[in-house]
Design a protein around this ligand. Structure first.
Ligand code: NAI
Length: 653
C-alpha cells in the first residue's frame, strides 16, 4: 500500500522545527506499518513547501530540535520507496527532502530551487551532496550558486525530476500496486556516484571547482557562502557520501552564525516589516487602473516606464514639445533594448510603448486614479501644478509628488484633498531602482497609504515609509555621507582614493562618482534652498558650479570624462582646487589616513544621521533605514545596512 503524507502548514507549508517533528512522526508510523510499501510526500494549498522556516535559523540552528535533516535521515534508513509529488514551489529544505526520495514528479507549474545562498547560507540538509550526484555536477553547482528556481520543464531536462504529471490528484490516488516496477525501484541519490561531464577528462571536476572559485566575490566581500558552497560540492566530488554530508553540516552550521548571513537574514525580515505601520487603522486599498505623470523629464519618463511594465496605462503631461520627443525616444530605446536582449517580444514592447500616452494638457489626466508630479524641484512651480491639477482630477483620485527634498504638506495645502496626497519618491533611474520612499503628510489617510504600499508591490518596488522631513530618509543621510567624504577631500585625501576605499568597503559606487552621476548642480540647488545645511566646509560646490563642472553631463566634475564616456578619470586639477580652498579656509591637512579610517569616518557619519532620523521619528525602524540604503544607495547587503552594521561593530568593539 502507498501512504500519502501531506505537508500542510499554512501559508507556505514551511518545515519549522515543530512541524518537522510531526512529519517525522508520520514517517516513523509508515515505517512501522508493514502494509505500507511506499510513501508519497506531497504539499497542500498550491505549494509543496517553501522549505525550512527562516525564523528557525535565527542565531543558531538548534541541534536539539527536529529538523528536516532528521526527516531525511529517517527516509535514508527506511527500506520503503519514497516519492516526492510536487505542485507549486519546492524550495530549500523542501527540495532537499525531495532529493532524499527515490523518485520526484512535479506538475507543470512547479518551481524548484535551493535559494540558501541568498541568505548567506548553503543547503544544509544534504542538498550540496545529493544535487551533484543526481544532475550534471556543473549544473548543480551553478543552480546552487545562483540560488534561482527552475521550472518543471527545466527540472525534467536536468534530471532533477523523473516525470511531469498533469494531474497530481489522480497520481496520488493511483496507489503503489498500479505503478510499474521501474517506478517502484529503490533509487537513493546518496548511493549514486557524481557523474563526470560528457567531455570529461580526469581533471574535469577539479577544474570545475577551481573555475567556480574565480567567478564569485572574495570571502570578505560578500562571497563567504559561495566559497563554502563550492567547498561542499568539492566534498561531494571527492568524499564518500557520509563524509561529504558531515562536511556540509559543519560548513552550514558555521555559516548560520556568520555575520554576512545574519545581515542578509536581518534584511529578509526587515523587508517583511516595511508595510506594518503602528497605530494606522486598517484600510482597504484603492485599485490604481490608470495613472498620470506631470513632467516628462528624467524622472517622469522613468516613472511612466515603470507603470507600463506593470501593465498600468499612463499619460505624461509635458508642455515642452522637444521634451516629449526626447521622452518618447528614451521609452522607445529602452523597450528596443529589452527586445534586443531577448527579454521582451516585439509585440510586448509595442504594447507597452502604446500604453504610455503624451499630452500638453492637464485635462488628459482628469480620469486617472493617481497622478504623480515630477516637474522641477521648485516649491513655487510644484504648488502651481497642484493648484491647477486639483480641480481637474476626479474626486477620490490620489495626488503625489516625486520631490526629493521639499515639504509635502505645503503642497497638499494648495489642494482640497490633503487626505489623498502623499510623496512617492522614486530613485533614478526610476524604472530600474527598486526603492520607493512613501512620504506621509500630516493628513495622508490610511487608505492612501495602503494604496501606495499595494501599488509599490504591483510596480515591483520595495516601499519604505518616511515622515515628511527634509530629504526624507535616504537623501538626508546621503547629504551627511557626502559631507564627510568632502571633508576628507578637504583634508587632502584625493577623491579617487576616497571612492576606492568606499568601494573596498562594499559600496556599489564611491561618493564622488555618485556626485558626478547625479549632477553637482542638484546638490548646489539643494544647498541654495537650505543655507543652514552644511554640505562642505569650503566653497567647493560653488566653485564647481561656477566652472560648469557638473559631473558626467558636462564631461567634468570631481573626475574628468572622455567625450561620450562614463569612465571616471582622476583629475589633479580637483585635488589642487581642494588644496587651495582648504588653505584659504584653514582646514588642517591630514592626507595619510588608511582605507579603513576613510570608511569608518564616512560610514560613521551615515550611522549618526540614521540615529537622528530614528530619534526624530522620520523612519519607523532601524531596518527600514537599512532597506533604504541597500536598495537606493548601493550599501553592501552582506553588511546588512548602516544600522545593522553599527550594531555589529558595537558588538565586536
Ligand atoms: P527634469 O528637469 O528632467 O524634468 C522636469 C520636467 O518637468 C521637464 O521636462 C519640464 O519641461 C517639466 N515641467 C516643468 N514645469 C512643468 C509644468 N508646469 N507642467 C508639466 N511639466 C512641467 O527633472 P527630473 O530630474 O526628472 O526631476 C523631477 C522631480 O523629481 C524633481 O522634483 C526632482 O527633485 C525629483 N527627483 C529627481 C531625481 C533625479 O535623480 N533626477 C531622483 C528622485 C526625485
Amino acid at each position: 500500500m502507498n501512504k500519502v503524507i501531506t505537508l500542510h502548514n499554512p501559508p507556505v507549508n514551511a518545515l519549522s522545527f515543530k512541524y518537522s517533528e510531526k512529519i517525522l512522526k508520520e514517517i516513523q508510523d509508515a515505517e512501522n506499518d508493514a502494509t505500507v510499501t511506499s510513501v508519497t510526500i506531497t504539499g497542500a494549498n498550491g505549494f509543496f513547501s517553501a522549505g525550512v522556516d527562516v525564523n528557525d535559523f535565527q542565531k543558531v540552528w538548534d541541534p536539539s530540535g527536529t529538523t528536516v535533516r532528521d526527516i531525511i535521515e529517517a527516509i535514508e534508513r527506511s527500506d520503503k520507496i519514497f516519492i516526492a509529488a510536487i505542485d507549486g514551489i519546492a524550495l530549500g529544505g523542501a527540495l532537499e527532502l525531495a532529493l532524499a526520495c527515490d523518485r520526484r514528479v512535479a506538475t507543470p507549474r512547479s518551481k524548484l530551487g535551493l535559494p540558501e545562498i541568498k541568505l548567506g547560507l548553503i543547503p544544509g540538509a544534504g542538498g550540496t551532496q545529493r544535487l551533484p550526484r543526481l544532475i550534471a555536477p556543473q549544473e548543480a553547482l551553478s543552480m546552487m550558486l545562483k540560488g534561482e528556481t527552475v521550472s518543471a520543464d527545466r527540472a525534467l531536462e536536468l534530471g532533477l525530476i523523473d516525470e511531469i504529471v498533469e494531474d497530481l490528484s489522480s497520481f496520488l490516488a493511483e496507489g503503489a500496486e498500479r505503478r510499474s516496477p521501474e517506478q517502484c525501484r529503490r533509487r537513493r541519490v546518496s548511493e549514486m556516484n557524481v557523474q563526470l561531464p560528457a567531455t570529461a577528462q580526469a581533471f574535469a571536476l577539479p577544474y570545475i571547482i577551481a573555475e567556480a572559485h574565480k567567478t564569485v566575490p572574495p570571502e570578505e566581500s560578500g562571497g563567504l557562502a559561495a566559497h563554502k558552497l563550492i567547498d561542499a560540492v568539492q566534498a561531494a566530488f571527492e568524499l564518500p557520501f557520509a563524509r561529504g554530508l558531515a562536511r556540509e553540516y559543519r560548513l552550514f552550521d558555521e555559516l548560520v552564525a556568520s555575520t554576512p548571513s545574519l545581515a542578509l537574514r536581518h534584511l529578509f525580515f526587515a523587508e517583511r516589516e516595511l508595510s506594518k505601520i503602528p497605530g494606522l487603522p486598517p484600510a482597504e486599498p484603492l485599485e490604481i487602473k490608470t495613472a498620470g505623470v506631470i513632467g516628462g523629464g528624467t524622472m517622469g519618463t522613468g516613472i511612466a516606464i515603470t507603470f507600463a511594465n506593470a501593465g498600468i496605462p499612463v499619460t505624461i503631461v509635458e508642455p515642452n514639445a522637444d521634451q516629449i520627443g526626447k521622452s518618447r525616444q528614451t521609452i522607445f530605446g529602452m523597450f528596443m533594448h529589452q527586445v534586443k536582449r531577448g527579454r521582451m517580444t516585439q509585440e510586448e514592447a509595442w504594447k507597452r510603448g502604446q500604453s504610455i500616452a503624451f499630452s500638453d494638457d492637464y485635462s488628459a489626466v482628469a480620469d486617472c486614479d493617481l497622478v504623480i508630479e515630477a516637474v522641477f524641484e521648485n516649491m513655487a512651480v510644484k504648488k502651481e501644478v497642484f493648484g491647477k491639477l486639483d480641480p481637474i482630477v476626479k474626486t477620490g483620485a490620489i495626488l503625489a509628488s516625486n520631490t526629493s527634498t521639499l515639504d509635502i504638506d505645503e503642497m497638499a495645502a494648495v489642494t482640497k484633498r490633503p487626505g489623498q496626497f502623499l510623496g512617492l519618491h522614486f530613485f533614478a533611474p526610476a524604472n530600474i531602482m527598486k526603492l520607493l520612499e512613501i512620504v506621509r503628510g500630516k493628513e495622508t489617510s490610511a487608505q492612501t497609504l495602503a494604496t501606495a504600499f499595494k501599488l509599490a508591490k504591483q510596480l515591483r518596488k520595495v516601499a519604505v515609509l518616511s515622515a515628511n522631513a527634509f530629504g526624507f530618509i535616504g537623501n538626508r543621510m546621503f547629504f551627511e555621507y557626502t559631507r564627510e567624504a568632502v571633508a576628507l577631500a578637504e583634508e587632502g585625501v584625493p577623491p579617487a582614493r576616497i571612492d576606492a576605499a568606499m568601494k573596498k568597503f562594499g559600496m556599489a559606487m564611491g561618493p564622488f562618482a555618485t556626485f558626478d552621476l547625479s549632477g553637482i548642480d542638484v546638490f548646489w540647488h539643494v544647498a541654495q534652498g537650505r543655507p543652514d545645511l552644511e554640505l562642505a566646509r569650503t566653497p567647493i560646490l560653488d566653485r564647481l558650479y561656477e566652472q560648469k563642472r557638473l559631473g558626467q553631463k558636462t564631461g567634468k566634475g570631481f573626475y574628468k570624462y572622455a567625450e561620450g564616456s562614463r569612465e571616471a578619470v582622476r583629475d589633479e586639477e580637483i585635488e589642487e582646487l581642494f588644496a587651495e580652498l582648504a588653505k584659504a579656509a584653514g582646514v588642517k591637512q591630514n592626507p595619510d589616513v588608511s582605507d579603513d579610517e576613510i570608511a569608518r569616518r564616512i560610514v560613521g557619519a551615515l550611522i549618526k544621521s540614521g540615529e537622528e532620523i530614528l530619534r526624530d521619528g522620520v523612519a519607523l525602524r532601524p531596518g527600514d533605514i537599512d532597506i533604504v540604503w541597500i536598495y537606493g544607495y548601493g550599501f553592501p547587503p552582506y553588511r546588512g545596512g548602516p544600522m545593522f552594521y553599527s550594531q555589529e561593530e558595537l558588538a565586536h568593539a
